[in-house]
Write a protein that binds this ligand. Structure first.
Ligand SMILES: [Zn+2]
Length: 201
């Protein structure tokens, strides 16, 4: 339970990190953060959240909660930092599956979204001509576009890239283990379309 994940927002309600419940409760207890109620988005400091938890647990004993000797605390899902207004720089691991996430399972030439097995990784500058494996040089391409482009650059093949490929900005989605379900309350704050728009020229 204490290792469950909590979304952390900065003072401006922008998602910046994912923390363990343990860490989130420590921030809450120290007065550095408040809990955002998953349904009505109201804010609760530590004492208020304990009061809320007592009532909520009486109504619904199945709520995920932490028991301390003196009280029940409903697991927070999203917390808001009281003072911090910056961002945390995270490096997103360069991997095949993260390129799928960045490109939203979409061919970056024709825009089609075939099945995963029909998508390939295309070297923008072909490998045979010195193209490397990098965020900037790999994009998703459907089998058709990959064959059509062949050993050419997009300019030579007269095929325009939908988005300029680059390393994505960190989003909690990337920091999460895929085994854990995403919490509904996170959706309002985490949206991959944000950075895909930003990546587009
Ligand atoms: Zn295509």
């Amino acid at each position: 339970m204490l290792d469950a994940q909590v979304l952390v927002l900065n003072k401006s309600w922008i998602a910046i990190n994912v923390a363990s419940v343990r860490r989130a409760l420590a921030l809450l207890y120290q007065g550095h953060a408040r809990v955002i109620h998953p349904e009505d988005y109201s804010l609760h400091g530590f004492d208020a959240w304990c009061t809320y938890s007592r009532k909520a647990c009486m109504k619904n004993e199945d709520l995920p909660m932490v028991r301390t000797p003196s009280q029940f605390i409903v697991l927070p899902e999203v917390i808001l930092l009281n003072a911090f207004n910056g961002f945390i720089r995270h490096e997103i691991r360069f991997s095949r599956s993260n390129i799928f996430t960045r490109d939203k399972h979409q061919c970056q030439y024709c825009g089609s979204r075939p099945e995963r097995r029909d998508l390939t990784l295309d070297h923008v500058l072909p490998r045979s001509r010195g193209g490397v494996d990098s965020w900037e040089n790999l994009v998703l391409a459907c089998a058709h576009c990959n064959v059509k482009k062949s050993n050419r650059t997009p300019e030579e093949a007269n095929m325009r890239l939908l988005n300029k490929p680059r390393a994505p900005r960190w989003l909690p989605k990337f920091g999460m283990s895929t085994r854990k379900p995403e919490m509904h309350s996170w959706h309002r704050f985490v949206d991959t379309s944000c950075w895909v728009t930003e990546v587009a020229e």
